[in-house]
Design a protein around this ligand. Structure first.
Ligand code: ADP
Length: 626
């Protein structure tokens, strides 16, 4: 089932301005339909033409990812109408949607009798303007989740805010996120149950030799709370902020900074209410994000359009309503420093116009990570055998590490740059959670405990035949929890229709659709269900279980190891001030989100990034106004 969008771009006015473009007869007047292929599937348009001009473009049908593809649907039809040409550039960040849309319009115009040459007139490059200058109390570089959150807090503190964003739309990589927000102890989490194996998983962490005072303290506090939990006979999910800290630290291989982990996990529950106060809400079930290793991942209820949108658009609505300014298509290139203090940022807009934006109080770097920058990831990678351009990324093209480069150029210290995360991800992933997923290889067998860390999962997938796996889930996840949508808000049926997922009412049917051995798949599901019920321990050592594999229809999507998150970045203190290579604060400069290093150690828990951008975004925004 496709999402039907009726977007009428009207163009009477645009046309009077631009219909000079074609003087002689080009089209047979009328309305024509055309189709192109977007990222998620077909894009259908109808185009109305007079004998000399393109007059109106209407999108009839598309199933592109909401939020991410929006700039394409806003800009491409308007540009084609303005220039009377389909030789327009794709919008950065939604290239596939743009191309599909252009292809669809082109098909309609060819059907209207035009030749390719007539409708592909070259578009003159825009002329650069004079130096653009603006001043605000706080200048934030990057309109993703961290930057938008910082903007909310700076506005609440009474400041004026200017956000500099290089892409054509806000949202950054956050808007494409499929994850959830990890927080310990919420009411939602209390609705979940825990298998007995969960206690074993905690005991393993408590038995570890403490590597620092903070870890010892966390272990002692968890011991006490766990004993009380066991004595109570409860089967609710056990959790405390200190368990969250312990898992974050241990699964980050003891190289995350305890003082930052402390802040992250103590404040994560407040991140839930921060978003709720801005109009967002949560699914009523707790889940376990891929690599979260624990059932504390809160999934958005898709109020703002899909998993990632719900983590950034609530803030954006607030920013717009409270006078925050966003300068889109402005790429920051250099931090301005005067007398040792960061006072603003210089850069160039997409039309070539240079800009200098000054901050009365502070500049906040919120430019995200560098997963999409092959040069940087190859420069810093020490862990993976290969991270060259043949290795895909799950990230948006904006994740090029610009903030890290800009900060380093003025003496900022970089922390943990070699820690680069890969995650199992497909072109479509039905679930943001492993709660009800089996990872199945080409032979139809499970091969790894799905509640493992992301580096372990990715390494195991790379070692499978063909270096891929199928993520198989049952109807509990797809329908009971997600209501028939994937976590990005796409209807599951459209993913199936477009070949991005396969379905089977039974495991036999699913195995056939996947092309794997049905007996192996059924045996895997049977053993999985026994482990869920606590009848037999899981042979692969999985401990986090929620739903069985006993309810069809079953779904499967192909998944690969993709570069997903860069744990390293600029070093910050607990106030989000950026530190230089001597450990001193760089006056006037704050940082938050994936651009920073030191919070997640060598391996980030799934679901901790969303907690990070909200918690540290708030701190940066508040302190930047002090
Ligand atoms: P986080 O999760 O840390 O918020 P995101 O990737 O969601 O990170 O957001 C980072 C944002 O910063 C993106 O929107 C990206 O386009 C923007 N950005 C990155 N580099 C620059 C730059 N040089 N100038 C302006 N914006 C930038």
């Amino acid at each position: 089932m496709k999402r039907i969008v009726s977007m009428l771009l009207c163009v009477a006015m645009l046309c009077t301005l631009s219909c000079w473009a074609m003087a002689e007869t080009v089209f047979t007047p009328g309305t024509y339909e055309g189709e192109g292929t977007g990222f998620q599937g077909p894009i259908k348009v109808s185009v109305t033409v007079s004998d000399t001009a393109i007059e109106q473009i209407q999108v009839l049908e598309q199933s592109e990812t909401a939020g991410i593809s929006d700039p394409a649907f806003e800009k491409i039809p308007a540009l084609i109408l303005e220039h009377q040409s389909v030789a327009v550039d794709a919008v950065a960040g939604c290239t596939n949607s743009s191309r599909g849309l252009i292809e669809a319009v082109k098909a309609a115009l060819l059907a209207a009798g035009a030749t390719e040459e007539m409708i592909s007139k070259e578009i003159a490059a825009q002329e650069a303007g004079e130096l653009e200058t603006q001043t605000a109390d706080v200048v934030i570089i990057g309109a993703g989740g961290a930057g938008m959150t910082a903007a909310v807090e700076a506005l609440r503190a009474g400041g004026s805010v200017l956000i500099v964003e290089k892409m054509a739309a806000v949202g950054g990589n956050t808007i494409a996120a499929g994850s959830a927000l990890n927080a310990a102890g919420s009411d939602i989490q209390k609705t979940g149950t825990m298998a007995a194996s969960g206690v074993e998983a905690i005991e393993e962490k408590l038995a570890l030799e403490p590597q620092c005072d903070a870890m010892k303290r966390w272990q002692e506090s968890v011991r006490q709370d766990l004993d009380a939990y066991i004595a109570s006979g409860s089967n609710q999910v056990f959790d405390t902020p200190d368990l969250h800290k312990l898992q974050t630290y241990v699964d980050g291989d003891y190289v995350g900074k305890p003082e930052l982990i402390e802040i992250l996990c103590d404040n994560a529950p407040k991140a839930l209410t921060f978003l709720e106060d801005l109009g967002m809400s949560w699914k009523p079930q707790i889940t376990t994000a891929v690599g979260a290793t624990w059932s504390r991942s809160h999934q958005p209820a898709n109020v703002f359009g899909g998993a990632g949108s719900d983590f950034v658009l609530p803030q954006y609505e607030f920013v717009k309503a409270n006078g925050g300014v966003v300068a889109l298509e402005h790429k920051a290139e250099e931090l301005m420093v005067e007398d040792g203090r960061v006072v603003g940022v210089k850069g160039v807009a997409s039309n070539g116009t240079p800009f200098e934006f000054r901050a009365n109080k502070s500049v906040i770097l919120a430019t995200g990570g560098f997963s999409a920058n092959v040069e940087m990831r190859m420069k810093y990678n020490k862990f993976w055998a290969n991270l060259d351009e043949t290795v895909p990324t799950s990230n948006q093209p904006c994740a090029t590490g610009d903030g890290i480069t800009m900060a380093e150029a003025i003496g900022a210290n970089l922390y943990g740059m070699e820690w680069i995360q890969m995650v199992p991800a497909g072109d479509a992933s039905l679930n943001a959670s492993i709660a009800n997923e089996m990872y199945i290889n080409a032979d139809g067998n499970r091969f790894i405990a799905e509640d493992e860390r992301r580096d372990v999962l990715s390494g195991a997938i790379l070692a499978q035949p063909g270096s891929f796996c199928w993520k198989v889930s049952s109807a509990y996840q797809a329908w009971d929890i997600q209501g028939g949508y994937d976590y990005k808000g796409n209807p599951i049926e459209s993913l199936v229709a477009n070949g991005k997922a396969v379905v089977g009412d039974t495991l036999d049917e699913l195995a056939q659709a996947m092309g794997v051995n049905a007996d192996n798949l059924k045996a895997a599901a049977l053993a999985f269900d026994k482990a869920v019920a606590g009848e037999e321990p899981d042979a692969l050592g999985r401990k986090v279980f929620e739903y069985k594999m006993d309810k069809g229809p079953y779904y499967a999507t192909k998944s690969y190891a993709k570069v997903h998150h860069t744990m390293g970045g600029v070093e910050i203190n607990t106030d989000c001030q950026v530190l230089d290579t001597q450990g001193n604060v760089i006056p006037g400069l704050y940082a938050c989100g994936e651009v920073t290093g030191g919070i997640h150690g060598s391996n980030r828990l799934g679901g901790n990034a969303i907690a990070d951008i909200i918690v540290f975004g708030q701190i940066a925004g508040q302190n930047a106004m002090k």
